[in-house]
Ligand binder design. Sequence first.
Ligand SMILES: Cc1cc2nc3c(=O)[nH]c(=O)nc-3n(C[C@H](O)[C@H](O)[C@H](O)COP(=O)(O)OP(=O)(O)OC[C@H]3O[C@@H](n4cnc5c(N)ncnc54)[C@H](O)[C@@H]3O)c2cc1C
Length: 459
Amino acid sequence: MKKILEPSRELEVLASCDVLVVGGGPAGMAAALGAARDGANTIILERFGCLGGVLTTVGCEGYAWYRHEGTIEAGGIGRELEEKAIRGNAARAEPQSNSHAIDAEAFKYVADQLMEESGVRSIFHCWAVGVIKDSNRIKGVITESKSGRKVILANSVVDCSADGDIAYFSGCEMETRPKNEMLGLTVMLNCVGVDVAKFQEYIDEVKPTYGDWGTGFSDWSNKSGGIATSRKEDNMFSPYLEEPFKRAKEDGLIPQDAKVCGTYSTFSEHGEATQLNLVTIRGLDCTSVEDLTKGEVEGRKNCMHAITALRAYVPGFENAKLRNFGMTVGTRDSRKIIGVETIDGSYVTGEGRTENSVGIFPEFLDGYGLVVLPTTGRYFQIPYGILVPKDVDNLWVAGRAVAGDKAAHSSTRNMMCCAATGQAAGVAASIGSRLNVASNNVPINQLQEKLTEQGVRIN
Ligand SMILES: Cc1cc2nc3c(=O)[nH]c(=O)nc-3n(C[C@H](O)[C@H](O)[C@H](O)COP(=O)(O)OP(=O)(O)OC[C@H]3O[C@@H](n4cnc5c(N)ncnc54)[C@H](O)[C@@H]3O)c2cc1C
């Protein structure tokens, strides 16, 4: 690739803080609240104009769709975000579980209030684009915005950018899987004009299940054979649509290669159908700007095919029309850190236990061709070391970029688990700043004590 030298320049200091959290998704929100409630002067930096990450910017409402009777949860800020959404009139009953789908628009306001109440300073419309390091420590994070190129100085940095941007800029060793093994990109579709009662009658008749997540939904997986469950899921209800899109292809209404099938979520009394997760484009790397562009364009094209098929073959959708796409294409998979500890699929499905637990998460796997629902009360403990990159002393990574193998990531990438790793990283970063110790030397007992005080279940 052709290269050109950028002249060095002096940067204005935009802000200074104890803990800087980069990225305002479920992990970043929990990290910022956890750090601030532990007494740290905390900033949360976000490239878009709102918090929530995939939840609000993509329109992914299924925050805890895995929850069934018997599911054991971590508690803490993850649960609090859902409770606040319910109380803030920003949630509706979710169709397949004992949880609530979170309203992607209304939650933006709920999230702002939460940060204000806890004394977190939000900085929006501002990208983290680099770091200034002093040997093994990050001195500051370089930002770009309409205000120009600046720097935020911080004692501790928590990378919740989902793609491990700060770890990557800091030169940490990262793992990236080949494009054809990465989870796909999705443009989320929201419609209006749906006759909800008529659609419900249709679903009552069809009774889709997880067992139906066949070849058509194989975009989730690496293989063409669909998904692997633990078999107990196969006859459970799932809000899944595939047949109408097959028919539309057979009848020549949409192209044979249209990438359409997937799940629906909730409906409003105004005839809105939100989080229609029907289009997944694979073989793209969301850290490539060219691939992101393809994801947006291909995603929208396929959403239009989805609407054509829904209107023709799904009772209740005859008069449906596009309300909006998600604010941005949704991305699921990219760089992961090499942590001081790691976990694999057998740890997640084998009720993994560790002395370094900083939270728990139910045995819930979704992605890379796996779906296992936590109906049994089984859970694993989250080891602190999966948040700690090897190479930088004052950096923590939370959310979907934590260390682990593919099957482990099918669990840790879920929003509630991202909130659990986020809270742990935020509190650890606060302790690290206060005691002036490296991430790897944060006293685990103190961290566990603080997390327990904040309502996190460790054991
Ligand atoms: C279409 C889709 C459907 C999904 N469905 C579900 C579901 O039903 N249930 C579930 O639990 N999970 C679901 N997931 C997965 C889940 O949403 C993500 O894995 C999760 O949101 C990751 O949380 P996070 O906090 O790590 O990152 P994100 O939610 O991606 O948040 C990262 C934030 O960092 C910001 N950011 C990134 N880089 C920078 C930077 N350099 N500077 C400043 N800000 C930056 C981003 O704008 C974003 O707000 C879905 C994902 C997608 C894409």
